[in-house]
Design a binder for this molecule. Structure first.
Ligand SMILES: [Zn+2]
Length: 189
């Protein structure tokens, strides 16, 4: 009977080696910048929404037009799941919109509530939409009560956001630096 020395390495254990870098092993930050640049070149708002959603500042976002296959692939490559809804216009037409999120459960909630529904929102659906989009509840309530009521934000800050801030908001100032940083990342990609 052959004795194996107790210290013999197991045949299956191989030394770890660095694999060669290639297209599939690029630095994720470089890959993300490429994706954001490509999205931005076609639509800066879409790139900003995608980035804010991919980093978790927004739970879910909506693009109010159909997306081409390359744009869909780029959103998926950023780690987002996609869902498509059709909505009814007041004129009786139909429009297609795309929602995206890191969480398929949120896409399911959105589709369950909004697919094949009118674009015009009830206050209840306005609140749900705001919740899914990551908007402060105070701003959503104020907007439902009186859209675009004056607030004390600078025009530049208000334009960076996707919600209309309520006057004296205590949540928006915490979100603004994240939105500003995200816009800088998209513009610098
Ligand atoms: Zn607010």
């Amino acid at each position: 009977m052959a004795n194996r020395p107790a210290s013999a390495p197991h045949a299956a254990v191989k030394p770890r080696t660095r694999s060669a870098s290639g297209p599939l092993r690029r630095d994720p930050a470089v890959r993300r910048a490429e994706l954001l640049r490509s999205l931005r070149d076609r639509d800066e708002d879409l790139a900003l929404l995608a980035h804010l959603t991919a980093i978790g500042v927004k739970p879910l976002s909506r693009y109010e037009r159909p997306l081409t296959d390359p744009l869909r692939s780029e959103l998926i490559a950023l780690g987002l799941s996609l869902g498509v809804c059709s909505r009814r216009t007041e004129a009786g037409g139909e429009v297609e919109e795309t929602v995206f999120s890191r969480h398929t459960a949120l896409i399911d909630v959105y589709r369950e509530a909004f697919d094949k529904q009118p674009l015009r929102l009830s206050p209840e659906l306005g609140r749900l939409e705001g919740y899914l989009f990551g908007f402060p509840p105070c701003c959503v309530a104020a907007y439902i009560d009186r859209p675009y009521a004056p607030n004390s934000l600078s025009r530049e800050d208000q334009a960076t956001l996707f919600h209309w801030a309520c006057d004296g908001c205590t949540i928006t100032p915490l979100l603004l630096p994240r939105y500003r940083d995200a816009l800088a990342v998209v513009r610098g990609a």
